[in-house]
Design a protein around this ligand. Structure first.
Ligand code: ADP
Ligand code: MG
Length: 229
């Protein structure tokens, strides 16, 4: 098992028309790291997230997830790596409205043809406080509850890394703090690696490190006081 969850080496992602999404970015994310990515709109945050998660491939450079090079894989093989190694949490939750909470949570396993690990799943549901909500439909939940379902779903396949794109962007301050508590506990107690794009300095302050993006490059890195470098 690779010691690093994600490694980007000299990753450039160009778009048609000469637009540069990412410009020669190198980044090592050790297992257990909690990384925040900030930066103005258009600075390359989404492109970085997409390349680092195997949703997209770089024009140049290398991307490994859990030690596996995905930068030159075709979509089908990348989809398999994503199913096995990557969890996603989005601002808009992206739950399937026609499935119950329980079915939403276990969907990644069904897609991968895997049986749930009942002990892991039970522990996760206890941690995320969803035990009483498993038979509800998503539209019967509050925003904070929906995001807890999405976080549980992201963890269900025990991924090498969870990518969170503005996970608290649609939540009020108090509910957002609850989701950040949850993400923090996953990192601190379970050693889960989390990479989170956020506009919120309060959210970024929970991470071990915060990268600032500008013009497709990493323009600064800040370590939280007391966090391992
Ligand atoms: P952010 O997420 O920080 O707002 P993005 O990664 O979405 O930034 O965008 C970085 C740059 O790449 C911007 O100039 C944007 O316009 C451009 N870009 C992003 N996606 C595409 C695309 N699919 N086609 C063309 N240009 C794109
Ligand atoms: Mg974006």
């Amino acid at each position: 098992m690779s010691a690093d969850a994600v490694v980007l080496t000299s990753v450039t992602r160009g778009y048609p028309g000469g637009v540069t999404g990412l410009d020669d970015v190198s980044l090592r994310v050790p297992r257990g790291d909690f990384l925040a990515i900030m930066g103005e709109s258009g600075s390359g945050k989404s492109t970085l997230l997409h390349c680092a998660s195997g949703l997209d491939v770089p024009t140049r450079g290398s991307v490994t997830i859990g030690g596996v090079e995905v930068g030159r894989m075709g979509e089908a093989r990348r989809a398999k790596v994503r199913r096995e190694q990557v969890g996603f949490v989005f601002q808009s939750y992206n739950l399937v409205p026609s499935l119950t909470v329980r079915q939403n949570i276990t969907l990644p396993l069904r897609l991968a043809g895997r049986a749930p690990d009942d002990r892991w799943l039970g522990g996760l549901i206890e941690r995320t406080g969803l035990a009483g909500l498993l038979d509800r439909m998503p539209d019967e939940l509050s925003g904070g509850q929906r995001q807890r379902v999405a976080v549980t779903r992201a963890l269900v396949a025990r991924p090498a890394v969870v990518f969170a794109d503005e996970p608290t962007g649609a939540l009020d301050e108090r509910t957002a703090a609850g989701i950040l508590d949850l993400l923090e506990s996953l990192v601190e107690d379970l050693g889960q690696t989390v990479i989170m794009v956020t506009h919120d300095p309060v959210a970024a302050a929970r991470a071990h490190r915060t990268l600032r993006m500008a013009g497709g490059r990493i323009s600064g890195v800040r370590h939280r006081a007391g966090a391992a470098a």
